[in-house]
Design a binder for this molecule. Sequence first.
Ligand code: SF4
Ligand code: SF4
Length: 387
Amino acid sequence: MTELKKAAEPPEIFESFSGARRLGFLTMKALKDQGRGVAGTFCSYVPVELFMAAGVVYVGLCSGSEETIPDAETVLPRNICPLIKASYGYALTGKCPYMYFSDLVVGETTCDGKIKMYEHLGEIKDVYVMELPKTRRDDKGASFWLSEIHLLKQKIEEKFAVKITDENLRLAIRARNQERALLKELYELSVLDPPPVTGLQQLQILYGSQFKFDHEEKIKELRAAVDGIKAEYERGSRPVPPGAKRIVLTGCPIGGATEKVVRVIEEAGGVVVVYENCTGAKQYDRQVCEEGDPYKALCDYYLNIGCSVMSPNPARLELLGRLCDQFSACAVIEMTLQSCHTYQIETRTVRRFLKERGTPFLSLETDYSAGDVQQLKTRTGAFIEML
Ligand code: SF4
Ligand code: SF4
C-alpha cells in the first residue's frame, strides 16, 4: 500500500484556496457594504453569467457540514439528503454569512427534496426557482429552458434594478469561460504520472475558487497556482508516489465534510486524479459558445450538464469514459449522499457502463457525519488493494 506523502508542496500555492470559504465572508461583507447585490445558488444548472452581466455577486450555498442538520430536522424529515437539510439549516439558524447576505436565492427543480425545501426556504429568504426540464430527448426541453433563462434575466433586472445587455452578457460568458479553462488546465495536470498534486490538493483549489469574488484576482491566482504546480513538478516535487492507484471520483458534489471520502481513498494508497462530479469536470469540461445568441448559448451549455436528475443521462457516461481514458484511471469510485435517489438509482447504469469497459467500480454512500469513516476505510481499502 503506497500512502501519499505529507504536504510536499510549497504551502503558498494552496494557502489562499484552502481557507477561501471562510476568508470570503469578509470580502462578501465588504461588497455588501459597497452596495453590491448578492445572489445565492445551489446548483450547476443555474447560469451564473446572468449575475456576472448584472454586476451581482453570486455564491454557492450548498452546505457541506452537519452543523445545522439537527436544527433543519425540526422542520424537514430526517430521511432526506444531508445537503438539503444542511443548506436549509444554515438559513434557519442564520449561521452561514453567504446565506445571510444573499438578497436573492435562486433554486432549481432538480430533485424533489430541494423543490419542496425551497417552499420552506421561501419563508426565510427571497427565493426564485428555475424550472429545469428533466430530459434532453427532444427540442421541447431546450425551448422551455431557454424561456426559463430569459425569465431569470427579468427577475434579476427587477430585483436589482439593473439592465442586462447582450454585450455585458457576452463579456460575462467570456470571463466565466476563462475561469473554466483555467480550472480545467489545473485538473488536467493530473494526467501526469505520478500526478503533481494529490486529490485533496486539487480539491482545495476547485472548491476554494468558488469563494473568490474578484474575478480578475481569481484569474491571476489560478494562473499562478497552475504555473506554480508545474514549476514544482519540474523541480522534482512528487507529492504522490509512483504506483498510487489512479482514481476518477464521480457522484454527488464533494466538499466540506465529504472530503473524508478523498482522504480515505488517498490514505488507502489511491490518488484522485480527476473529479467527474460538479466540483470538477462536470462544470469545467466544456465552454459556453461565444458566438451567436448568448441566451441560446447558455441554454445549450447548461442543459447538457450530465447530472443524474436528467433522464436519460448519457452525458455523464460520455464524460466518465473520456476521463477514464485521458487520466489512465485504474478505477472509478462513486460517492453518493444518503437518500439521493437520482444518483443512487443511476449507480446501476454507471456500474454496467464501466463493467463493459473493464474499469473497476466502487460505489460509496455517505452523509456529512464522521460516523462511517471506519466503514469507508474498510471498503475502500479492500477495493484499492484488489486493483
Ligand atoms: S449534482 Fe446535479 S443537482 Fe447537484 S449541483 Fe450538480 S447539477 Fe445540480
Ligand atoms: S445530492 Fe441528490 S438529493 Fe441531494 S440535493 Fe443533490 S440531487 Fe438532490
